[in-house]
Design a protein around this ligand. Structure first.
Ligand code: XMP
Length: 333
């Protein structure tokens, strides 16, 4: 599948039957393209890279080398899930790199959002490159490019300006020459999910809400510190758990916690307690270009507030961001 244009005749993949036909077709194409050679994949654990990994494992098994870089900015439990699903259940050839210290050292004291993004993306490329050089005989690089990415790059080539520098993989040095394997590049997101489920990936992995490449790094506002990042990860896990319990995970497109670099005075155990505020963001959108605020029932907001302020060290207030996009962007940075 080398063309970047989706043919009009291509059916929308919305049943397992169509997904299985797509999988069979791709498995044959991947085998024909790759032969006995090795393929490298940056496996973030997001929907797209996970589906590509599962497809390639089905097609070429251990010829696929998955590299999972834990930048220390993942949500709670995410790297563990990648290891469990790909390393254990699917028995993939998985290289796991815990680069937490490397990232957090590089990011120490850096408060500008775009500089943070550049460091996170740049460091990723360096680590990935180091791993690629260690492996012998890798000729192919697999990517989880999907059709909206192709449509977006066409728009950018036409000179439309982006508000933020979104990036995932890309920008590898010229002397690392790979041929690309992009088996889902003509699919829309809903189709990727159906294919993922048909491949047997866990439902929560396939229906995961979108998560920015720079991860919690752009939600721990300003200069990231380990203690505030830890508080953010724990508070975010509570929010997700409560949204799951209330079924809001099915109706809200993206929901997360943001923690600014400010402290306010509070009181705990009858003593002064200075802590950070945790800000809840819960939005719905069609294309992420604009977004509306979800009405979360007060009882759920109260429960989340109570749990976060009592269970998470360092947080003494919970706020709810009511700003649609525009004027706010979905993320705070
Ligand atoms: P904004 O904040 O621009 O976000 O309204 C729109 C959508 O994009 C996600 N986002 C990112 N995704 N790298 C990514 O891969 C990034 O640097 C990045 N920044 C924002 C955001 O989570 C939302 O879904």
């Amino acid at each position: 599948m080398s063309s970047n244009v989706r043919p009009d005749s291509m059916k929308r993949i919305n049943t397992f039957e169509l997904a299985n036909a797509f999988i069979d077709e791709q498995v044959a194409e991947i085998r024909a393209q790759v032969g006995a050679k090795k393929v490298l994949l940056a496996l973030s654990g997001g929907v797209d890279s996970s589906v590509v990994a599962a497809l390639l494992i089905k097609a070429i098994g251990k010829q696929l080398v998955c590299v999972h870089v834990n930048h220390g900015l993942m949500r709670k439990g995410e790297s563990e899930q990648v290891i469990e699903v790909f390393g254990k259940q699917l028995n993939a050839n998985l290289v796991y790199i815990d680069a937490t210290d490397r990232y957090l050292d590089k990011l120490a004291g850096v408060s500008d959002p775009e500089t943070k993004r550049k460091i996170i993306g740049g460091e990723f490329i360096r680590i990935f490159e180091e791993e690629a050089r260690k492996l012998e005989g890798v000729d192919f690089l697999a990517q989880g490019t999907i059709y909206p990415d192709i449509l977006e790059s066409v728009k950018q080539a036409e000179g439309k300006k982006a508000v933020k520098s979104h990036h995932n993989v890309g920008g590898l040095p010229d002397d690392l020459q790979f041929e690309l394997v992009e088996p889902i590049k003509l699919l829309f997101k809903d189709e990727v999910r159906v294919v993922g489920e048909a491949l047997g990936l866990p439902h929560e992995m396939v229906y995961r809400q979108p998560f920015p490449g720079p991860g919690l790094g752009v939600r721990c506002l300003g200069a990231i510190t380990r203690d505030r990042l830890h508080a953010l990860r724990e508070a975010d896990a509570i929010l997700r758990e409560e949204f799951d319990i209330a079924g809001l995970n099915k109706t809200v497109w993206q929901y997360f916690i943001v923690i600014p670099d400010i402290k306010s005075v509070g009181v705990k155990d009858e003593s002064r307690y200075e802590g950070w505020p945790a800000i809840i963001r819960a939005v719905n959108t069609k294309d992420a270009m604009s977004a509306t605020i979800e009405e979360i029932p007060y009882a759920i907001l109260h429960k989340i507030t109570k749990r976060i302020t009592s269970e998470v060290e360092g947080i003494n207030r919970v706020l709810y961001d009511l700003t649609p996009k525009p004027t706010g962007t979905i993320e705070w940075e």
